[in-house]
Each structure stands twice: as C-alpha cells, then as structure tokens.
Design a protein around this ligand. Structure first.
Ligand SMILES: Cc1ncc(COP(=O)(O)O)c(C=O)c1O
Length: 489
C-alpha cells in the first residue's frame, strides 16, 4: 500500500487525532500526520492505538485472504521470542540459518527433488519476492543461453495466463520483460496449453503454471504444459523452462492430491515458489523459492556478503527481514509433519465442499473453478435484481469479508464471489455464513432498504449501515492501468 503525504492546510480539524477515553489519559489532541512534540505515556499510547485498530475487520471473518490468521500458542510464543532477530545476521544467529536450511531441504523433498539434484532455495518475504527472484533467474538464464549460442537476444517475454496474480505484471514491468498473456474464455479460467504454445518463441524466458489460481483456486495443467513444451523443443528447437507459482497450492497438493505431478517430477519445472503464510499456516510474511538445480540460479545473481562476519551467499530483494516467520515455519513442520498438514488440508477441503454444496443447493449460485484448493468460487445462477458486488457488501454488514470481482481478460463479464476456507473457519461458522448468505439474498431481493433479519428497515442498524454502504460504494472495481481487472488478493 502506497501512503501519501497529506497537505496539512487541506485537512483542517483532521490534523489531530482527538482524545478518546484511552484510560482517561489523553487530554490533548495528538497530531495525525506530524511527529508529536512530546512523548506520551505507554499505556495511553497503547490504548489509543488498540482502540483505533478495532475499526479493522475481524481477521477470522476475513474470507478474502489466503493468508494465515490463526496460529497456536506455541507458535505465538516462538515468534515473540525471535521477533528481535534479523534473519540476515547470519553470524549472530546461525541457528536461524540452520532452521532455514532445514526448511529448504524439507520443501525440496516435498516437491520431489531427487537426491542427485543440487536444489537451492531461500526464504523470502512472500511469494511476491520469490516470484521476482524466479523471474530474474529465468531472464538471466535465457540471456546467457542466447549469448552461448551466439545469438543476439531480442526482447525477453514471459508466457502466462491472464489470470496471474498482479505480482507477475509487476515483475514484467519492473524488469523489462514483455508479458504474453493467454486470455481467459467464457468457460476456461486458467491458461490454455495450445494458446500458450502459440506465444512461445526463442525470446521466451519461461512459461508460468499456477498451482491454485487466485481467481478460482483451480490448478493449471502443468504436466500438459511440460509435455507441450517438449514438443516445441523437438519441433522448433526452442527449450523453455516452467516456473510453478504454487503460492497457495504448494502446501495443499502434496497432501490432498499427492499423485498429481506438478513439481520437480516434471523435467521442465526449474523453479517453484510457495507462500509459507498461506496454506503453509504461518503468519505473514514468509515465502519460499526453490530452484531444481544450482545451475538454474545464475551465479551472477548471487552476492557474497562478508561485512556481517563470515562470508555468505545471498539472493534476495530485501536485506534485513524478521527471523520469526522462518522459526514459525520450522515449528509448523515439526509440529504437524506430513500427517498433520494432511489432516488440516482434508478438514478445510471438507468444509469447502460442504459450503459449495450448501450454497449451490439454494439454486442462487453456480460453483465454478472446481475443488482443487479449499476455495469456494460462485457466480449468480440467474438474473437477479442485484449482483455479487451487492451481495459482498451486504455480507460485510455482518462482519464477513467475502470479495466480489470480475474474472481476468477476456472473461471480465463473469463476476464472482470467493470464499477462502482457512483454519479458523469451523463448520459451525461456515453454517452461519451460509445462513447469512441466504438472508442477504432475500434482503437484496426485497430491495435496498430491507434489513438482513427481515425486521423494520428504517429502524435497524444493519439496514442503516447497509444503506450507507450501498450509497458510498461507488463504481465497481475498475480495470487497472493495463486494462486488466484484478482480484483483491
Ligand atoms: C497465485 C498467486 N501468486 C502470487 C501471490 C502473491 O503472494 P504473496 O502474497 O505471498 O506475496 C498470490 C497471492 O494471493 C497468489 O495467489
């Protein structure tokens, strides 16, 4: 989120955060956008901030995010104990480095790196940093291969579905790579294999396969991409690697779909990213990037740093970052093991399956995107006097955050609601959610001033809030600068 400097002259009274009760300790206005002149009592400052943050949504009801909102108390304790450690201080905190090494090893084996593979990888701030690193490695590898073949490289391009998460657009723009998007269709919301191959040429640095589309939760056909790229290699002499964006699916597929070959079992898969803070079940922000073999990560991208004591190899966009997420990831690996992750993912899939059936049975919705991830993606089944954006807003009045958005180009006319089932959404809560969806549909059918519980429209707080929300919502999500509409994640 980019924050802007606000001109003080324009905001008048809003210059100050006015006293609330804050343990009756706040007696004077506190400047909002200027550093206060004087210190404040710690208890008062704490309470003022604590109460202000009550205006945020409730993380447990935030069904928009894939990111972890609950960890157990042992994890909380370990994170608190390591919150003052910088993960980059290798010499000072060698045991944290050891935990990262163990995590990279465990993940490489989870993703079927063979013992003879010289797999390398690192923790990152999230999948976004991991994806920038993966993209850079693909770009430099492609450039080096062109040089070795005596070819003058043209403009590098990257082939991917139009359903990629915004980070891939960022990578292309920040690092001067031409994005070649495969458009969606009325009934295909993931990459089309033939369409992807038609976009591949000698300047293609890689093809992206998504294991768990942000839009629908669907897995892309990565084995088919692998086979099709083999044919491209045989027929056209172009050798293109695959990067798998397993931000969400990387901690789901190994446990729920273990037979599905999407990882290092496929020869063209040279790198994989996964978000530890999504179904890896760690608080934000942690991601992982793995390269199948050391040679998949060009050595000119790796920096040797010795001013922290010792000499260490680093490849990352950040230097300093917290160590506590790495510790928490390792805790989850020990605490849960394969069996624990499998049980949790199976429970989430069960809740997601129940919600899909329950909501589809109302006749109001059509489920799209299948059941690869524990994600429920719905479009309206028929003509209604409201749309999914209205529904999303109405659910908000009960605290549920269920985003509505349009599909990627060329399927923008399809608008959906998405519910991400995570640990913390019990079956009980899922039942409450389904009941609130029923009520919201009924309320919207009755018109904008009806209340959710069917009571007096004018007198009900929910009715008033819903009415305000409707009038203040403004336009539906607008296309981004590039003309693509974006899911909110
Ligand atoms: C498929 C996909 N890739 C990348 C990302 C970015 O991940 P992160 O939030 O870990 O940076 C997301 C986030 O939702 C995603 O769904």
């Amino acid at each position: 989120m980019l924050s802007r400097k606000v001109p003080l002259a324009a905001i008048g009274e809003d210059r100050a955060v006015l006293p609330t009760f804050a343990a009756r300790g706040m007696t004077e206005p506190v400047p909002r956008y200027e550093l206060p002149d004087r210190p404040m009592d710690g208890d008062v400052a704490y309470l003022a901030i604590h109460h202000e943050l009550a205006l945020d949504g409730n993380p447990l009801l935030n069904l928009a995010t894939f990111v972890t909102t609950w960890m157990d108390e042992h994890a909380d304790r370990l994170m608190a104990e390591s919150v003052n450690k910088n993960a980059i201080d290798w010499d000072e905190y060698p045991q944290t480095v050891e935990l990262q090494d163990r995590c990279v090893n465990m993940l490489s084996r989870l993703y079927h790196a063979e013992e003879h593979h010289s797999t390398v990888g690192t923790a990152t701030v999230g999948s976004s940093e991991a994806i920038h690193l993966a993209g850079l490695a693909m770009k430099v590898r492609w450039r080096n291969a062109a040089r070795d073949a005596g070819r003058t490289p043209g403009t590098p391009n990257l082939v991917m579905g139009a359903n990629v998460q915004v980070v891939w657009e960022k990578f292309a723009r920040y690092f001067d790579v031409e994005p070649r998007y495969v458009p969606m269709t009325e009934d295909r919301f993931v990459i089309g294999v033939d369409e992807a191959m038609a976009r591949v040429d000698e300047n293609t640095i890689g093809v992206v396969g998504i294991l768990g589309s942000t839009y629908t939760g669907e897995y892309e056909p990565i084995a088919e991409l692998d086979a099709a790229l083999d044919s491209v290699c045989t027929e056209r002499g172009i050798d293109v690697p695959i990067h798998v964006d397993a931000a969400s699916g990387g901690f789901v597929a190994p446990f729920l779909q273990p037979e599905l070959a999407w990882d290092f079992r496929l020869p063209r898969v040279r790198s994989i990213n996964v978000s530890g803070h999504k179904y890896g079940l760690v608080y934000p922000g942690i991601g992982w990037i793995l390269w199948r073999e050391e040679e998949d990560l060009p050595e000119e991208l790796v920096f040797k740093v010795d001013y922290l004591g010792g000499s260490h190899a680093t490849f990352g966009l950040n230097f300093s970052r917290g160590a506590s997420q790495i510790v928490a990831q390792y805790y989850n690996f020990l605490r849960l093991g394969r069996e624990g992750y499998r049980e949790i993912m199976a429970a989430l899939a069960e809740t997601a399956g129940w919600l899909r059936r329950r909501l589809a049975d109302t006749g109001h919705f059509t489920v799209i995107g299948g059941d690869d991830l524990p994600v429920v993606c719905l479009r309206l089944a028929g003509e209604e006097p409201f749309d999914v954006f209205d529904l999303s807003e109405t659910l908000r009045t009960r605290g549920w955050v269920v985003p509505a958005y349009r599909m990627a180009p060329d399927a923008e006319h399809v608008a959906v609601l998405r519910i991400v089932v995570r640990e913390g959404l019990s079956r009980d809560m899922a039942e409450e959610l389904a009941t609130d969806v029923d009520r919201a549909v009924e309320r919207l059918r009755r018109g904008p001033h009806a209340s959710l519980d069917g009571g007096s429209p004018a007198g009900s707080a929910i009715g008033r809030r819903a009415g305000r929300a409707r009038s203040s919502r403004g336009a539906k999500p607008a296309p981004t600068a590039g003309g693509k509409t974006r899911s909110p994640c």
